[in-house]
Design a protein around this ligand. Structure first.
Ligand code: F6R
Length: 240
């Protein structure tokens, strides 16, 4: 992967936003791969500035993941987060922005349905990624196959602890998620992984320089011909 070290989250945000604007200049209906969590927020903030006043109604998007069994109206469902942080501020067409369906009733075929929707859109042009402290991308926790497709996974105790900050208590963090697989993510035409802070340094070094291993799902980016890693100094601190 190409590693870009930046001074701040804001600098990372505007760098990646510029890349996305170029993509949209070339094709108004480009397909964006959207991530949730804290990491991509500077990108979304920069997009609001760089795309202000633009007609973005043709843009298509696919989120990486969703909690299983969460009410889609819950403020921390990834459907809600994507609506609040991306769809509404940028004026995207909500019908063109997809989030895996975490409803229990349809969970059996939700993964296959999502794969089919991505394929029907012609695949993802640019996939934004964060990385978990345990090395996960999407919610592909350690042990995920590099060939995995969108499916239900169990969140690790570490990830539930990391995400408890979004909920009233850790007991409210769902146990399961539905996530694009590593195989799904690797099909995107450009991967852009962002990471900020000392807490991500070890996972970043292992993903970029460590052995290819299912124990560190982020290492899958080494298999991708066009992967960019944008990190601040702290997140880069364990790189050789
Ligand atoms: C979110 C996702 C996760 C996060 C990761 C880092 O859609 O797929 O892989 O990117 O858990 O989370 P933050 O950015 O909150 O540190």
């Amino acid at each position: 992967a190409e590693v870009v070290i930046v001074d701040s989250k804001e600098a990372a945000g505007s760098l990646v936003a510029t890349e996305i604007v170029e993509l949209l200049d070339a094709r108004a209906d480009a397909v964006l791969g959207l991530a949730t969590g804290s990491t991509p927020l500077p990108v979304y903030e920069a997009l609001r500035v760089q795309l202000a006043g633009r007609d973005l109604s043709q843009v298509r998007g696919f989120a990486l993941d969703e909690y299983v069994g969460i009410d889609p109206q819950h403020p921390e469902s990834y459907r809600s987060v994507i609506t609040r942080e991306v769809v509404e501020p940028l004026g995207l067409d909500p019908r063109r922005i997809h989030v895996p369906n975490g409803a229990m009733e349809t969970i059996q075929h939700a993964g296959d349905d999502y794969e089919a929707a991505i394929a029907a859109a012609g695949g993802v042009d640019l996939q934004i990624l964060g990385i978990g402290t345990d090395g996960h991308i999407g919610f592909n926790e350690p042990g995920s196959s590099f060939a995995s497709q969108t499916r239900v996974k169990t969140l690790t105790a570490q990830t539930r602890e990391d995400n408890a900050r979004f909920f009233d208590s850790i007991d409210d963090v769902p146990m399961h998620c539905i996530t694009q697989g590593l195989g799904t993510i690797l099909k995107a035409r450009h991967l852009v992984l962002l990471a900020f802070g000392e807490g991500k340094a070890e996972a970043v070094a292992a993903a970029v320089e460590g052995p290819l291993t299912a124990s560190l799902p982020g290492s899958a980016i080494q298999l991708h011909p066009h992967a960019t890693v944008v990190v601040d100094e702290a997140a880069a601190s364990r790189l050789a």
